[in-house]
Design a protein around this ligand. Sequence first.
Ligand code: ATP
Length: 341
Amino acid sequence: MIGSEEVERETNPHSIVSVENLVKSYGGREETVRAIDGVSLTVEAGSIVGLLGPNGAGKTTLIKSILGLITPTSGSISVGGVDVVENPNRAHAKMAAVLEGARSTYWRLTIRENLEFFGRLNGEVGTEERKRHRQFLERLNLTEKMDDVVNDLSRGEKQRVSLATAMARDIDVLFLDEPTLGLDVEGSFELQQTLTELAAQRGVTILVSSHDLGMIESVCDRGIVLDDGEIVADDAIENLLDVLQTRVYELIVEGGVAASTRNEIERAYDVVSWVEHRGCTKLTVAVSNANRIHGLTGALVRNGLQIRSIRMDDTDFEAVFASLVYDRPHVDESRAARGER
Ligand SMILES: Nc1ncnc2c1ncn2[C@@H]1O[C@H](COP(=O)(O)OP(=O)(O)OP(=O)(O)O)[C@@H](O)[C@H]1O
């Protein structure tokens, strides 16, 4: 409305992002996927929040909705007091995103040219801005490559340029989707340091979605776990350590496993599934402390079983979240078919 001042929506003066009862459905009449199913949250300015959850949980949809890249089915979102759906341009001026697989830089331009281009989106690029760009490139170890065309850089360097261009604008909120994907250990460590400094020194609020639980643990103040479009946990990172340090192991033992042995193991461990196949049984368990695996192998051997192999599955987040955290049973078809629990 002409002449009317925008109503500040936040009730908490320190919150910068506010999502209320967000629903986002995809699809038509035939089949609808409710990717976000009634999510409400607020994010404090200057904090680093990790978004966790299995594949398809709704993390990317949530980030894209807050960014105003997709229109919610219902609910409201505001950033810095500005309604993202009603005023996408004003809200956008406060945010930047480094999204997985998305090209947020121009690959035919040099790093310097990219920074000038993206910097100009927020106004004139003067001496002050250029100084800030230089500092940022130094921090990201990109100074020497400033005049290289982005296309010629390594994957990790491209990732860092995306971050630099996002920060070339003076933004309040930064979103990152799987930022450590494709980075080596050193690259990942440098990225983590940069994020921590951005929040601490420039007060930038960061929302990061990642399957890299170690990274989430080391940079985030708070973790939000999504499953099936709903928030199933929202807590300080130290209260989520059980989840973050959980790993899934697959043990293969010779032959079948007696019901009494299964019961004993299930009483002591978070068993994800038992699957019998070709004369062997594959036991999948989630453990939050690797030392517990020794206890488990001991119990199997004591019950007369011979262990053929043990493998850590660092990628089975579905199992981690389902079996441990929120009591949502991970269905084992072989057992369901036999009518077992
Ligand atoms: N454009 C789309 N059209 C239809 N369905 C979609 C679309 N985008 C996402 N979905 C569905 O919405 C649900 C949530 O997807 P989303 O990508 O938000 O999850 P995610 O937690 O980011 O998953 P991942 O970790 O695999 O990236 C999934 O069931 C997905 O298949």
